[in-house]
Design a protein around this ligand. Structure first.
Ligand code: NI
Length: 150
């Protein structure tokens, strides 16, 4: 017969420290166009559709770091520091910019959501203070998002 002991389950949970995932959400607005300069208009339109013309998005960027809460503060990472790091490494470079022209770390990159997420990951990795970058989600529109995980 199966015996359920809530008290025992509770204890086990507390005794086994596991990493906690903490997520910060930031937003930015940016313009982009999806096209390869070496392709003609027809091929660019075929592959990239409507995105082959200039347009913009209100992006949402979610950055998740993992770690164990500091016993003194109860925090994996101070959200103020995480917010500052994300703004320093990514947002201040891309907000209200044209992603094809204005951002040195995106030079030569077709700014699809996939590529942006990968480049943002590189910008952020190692900049997360006491937490470890674990997941990054970039929402491009209501219907599209991409996710990079370690
Ligand atoms: Ni687009």
């Amino acid at each position: 017969m199966l015996k359920i002991s809530p008290e025992k389950g509770f204890k086990t949970e507390l005794q086994a420290p596991t990493a906690v995932l903490v997520t910060r959400r930031v937003t930015f607005a940016a313009a982009h166009v999806l096209r390869r300069p070496e392709w003609d208009d027809r091929r660019n339109k075929e592959v990239f559709g409507q995105c082959a013309g200039d347009h913009g998005h209100n992006y949402v960027l979610e950055v998740s770091v993992s770690g164990e809460p500091d016993p003194a503060t109860g925090m994996v990472v101070n959200l103020k520091d995480l917010d500052r790091a994300v703004k320093q490494a990514v947002v201040r470079h891309v907000d209200h910019r044209h992603l094809n022209r204005d951002v040195p770390f995106l030079e030569g990159v077709v700014p699809t959501a996939e590529n942006l997420a990968l480049v943002f990951w590189r910008q952020l990795d190692g900049q997360m203070g006491s937490g470890h970058l674990q997941r990054l989600r970039l929402v491009e529109s209501e219907n599209n998002s991409v996710e990079v995980t370690r």
